[in-house]
Write a protein that binds this ligand. Structure first.
Ligand SMILES: C=CC1=C(C)c2cc3[nH]c(cc4nc(cc5[nH]c(cc1n2)c(C)c5CCC(=O)O)C(CCC(=O)O)=C4C)c(C)c3C=C
Ligand SMILES: [Fe+2]
Length: 468
């Protein structure tokens, strides 16, 4: 084989015979070896295909493992070896096992992660493909039907995230591994009325206030139940969406669906913080799980009034259209002053690298702040918001073009916090009063959901609420 491409290097070519910890042998079911990236994203380690899962259909699992170990691995990493047959042919001639590459497909995210209570899809690295869906319980459906649905959904999510196919599978994801699939479930304000549980609704689900720039479409907002699907493969993500939609039949109806994307892992020469459709590096100053205050800011504490939410989180979802025609007319310098950071490196305008803290006090020769008073990053920073912070985990979207020819594109802004009032609402109120970015944005849809902790083994999401 000739030289590796950057993408292959980033994917981490595996040396034959050296099966790393976290590979097929020795990896606990539902976990895989991962390494930390510079920006806090988890980088896939050079692990082999996901371990076969207990109880999986043998024929399906076997074909997946074969594909991941040979054809799929080579194909997924973009390896040019004269076709899959070439790779197998060389191995047969030399007696060596074919090179197994780390593939996107082999990455498995645990449905319930040891040592934490949270659902997957909150601190999971951004995935390349995402679907956000909201459902309303069907007319006549109540608590019993909601419980049965959440039981079905939880089982399906756990199976799919482990790379196992549900009964009567469509085959859409047949050749792929779990591909970092996560499925995250939330409950909206109206869920509690529909299920007769209004007395147990957390105050954190009180409706968000109106903001001056809102142009919200109620049909694409709210909903009794919310699902976030993320995966590094579009077919795997669609497969999950379809399975969950079928599970809902008779019990709940789709209210709205939004589809998003992020950069594909391995598309850059080295791991980087994602860019959004305005071209900015977006996510730099997210709180990190290693921060001392991370858990208390993002996850509901042990003393929360609603016991069933302890270890859970609240998701605020906003569909934010970007006025790209206006934005792209601005010079790079203007765009950088709107955010307060450089476009190429993401470094603050006060200097350094992407991770250098902003110097909010620095002034230029003209006596004005180097990071303008209305710069987005200044106004949104914890220092400007009594320490408030949330974990932003968005997907970009593009749904074609509007009648006026402008792209219907922007950010499916998803952020996570222990208390929306002291995080999203606090910061959005401040942004609403004079953020330089706001003139380039339209908030078109909104949702707020209680996302309970991951269920215990054998239980389903929100069971303590529905059966408690
Ligand atoms: C209410 C919260 C926020 C909304 C809505 C929001 C929308 C939004 N933001 C960008 C682009 C960037 N945001 C950046 C930083 C940043 N944004 C928020 C909050 C909201 N953004 C916070 C809390 C922060 C971090 C501030 C800090 O502590 O420094 C940045 C800079 C890089 C980074 O830190 O991520 C960019 C770029 C867009 C395009 C957008 C709506 C479409
Ligand atoms: Fe922002």
């Amino acid at each position: 084989m000739s030289k590796q491409t950057d993408a292959q290097k980033a994917a981490g070519k595996q040396t034959p015979g050296k099966q790393p910890a976290g590979g097929k042998a020795g990896r606990p079911a539902g976990t895989k070896a991962v390494g930390k990236q510079r920006d806090g994203r988890q980088e896939a380690g050079p692990a082999g295909p996901a371990a076969p899962a207990d109880g999986a259909a043998p024929s399906l699992e076997l074909s997946r493992r074969r594909l991941l170990g040979t054809v799929g691995a080579a194909g997924a990493a973009g390896l040019v070896v004269g076709g899959a047959g070439g790779a197998i042919g060389v191995a047969a001639a030399t007696g060596d096992a074919p090179d197994a590459l780390t593939t996107i497909g082999s990455t498995e995210v645990a449905f319930r992660k040891d040592g934490t209570r949270q659902q997957a899809g909150i601190t999971t690295p951004l995935q390349a493909d995402g679907h956000l869906l909201a459902f309303d319980l069907a007319p006549g459906a109540g608590r019993k039907e909601a419980a049965a649905l959440l039981r079905r959904w939880s089982r399906t999510a756990e199976e799919l995230m482990a790379g196992r196919a549900p009964d009567a599978d469509t085959g859409v994801a047949l050749d792929a591994g779990p591909s970092s699939l996560t499925v995250t479930f939330g409950l909206g304000h109206s869920f509690f009325d529909r299920t007769g549980l209004a007395a147990r609704r957390p105050v954190q689900l009180d409706p968000l206030p109106d903001f001056s720039a809102d142009a919200l479409d109620p049909k694409r907002s709210d909903g009794d139940l919310w699902i976030q699907i993320g995966a590094d493969d579009a077919l795997v993500a669609f497969h999950a969406l379809r399975a969950l939609q079928k599970d809902a039949a008779g019990a709940a109806r789709l209210r709205w669906q939004m589809n998003g994307f992020n950069r594909t892992p391995g598309a850059t020469a080295h791991p980087m913080t994602a860019r959004n459709l305005m071209g900015q590096i977006d996510g730099t100053n997210n709180p990190k799980p290693s921060d001392a205050t991370f858990d208390e800011r993002i996850f509901v504490g042990r003393d929360a009034a609603q016991e069933w939410m302890r270890g859970g989180s609240y998701a605020v979802v906003r569909r934010i259209r970007m006025l790209l025609d206006d934005w792209e007319k601005r010079s790079r310098g203007e765009q950088e002053r709107v955010i307060g950071r450089r476009k190429d490196t993401g470094a603050p305008l006060t200097g350094g690298t992407e991770t250098t803290p902003m110097n909010l006090d620095a002034t230029g020769a003209d006596g004005l702040p180097v990071i303008p008073a209305n710069a987005h990053a200044r106004i949104a920073a914890p220092a400007s918001n009594q320490g408030a912070a949330m974990l932003r985990r968005p997907f970009s979207y593009h749904d074609g073009f509007r009648d006026d020819g402008a792209p219907d594109a922007g950010l499916l802004f998803v952020c996570w916090q222990a208390d929306p009032l002291r995080a999203f609402t606090q910061i959005q109120r401040k942004l609403d009063r004079g953020d330089a970015l706001s003139p380039f944005l339209r908030h078109e849809a909104s949702g707020l959901y209680a996302v309970p902790p991951a269920p215990e083994a054998g239980a389903y999401v929100a069971q303590p609420l529905l059966e408690g």
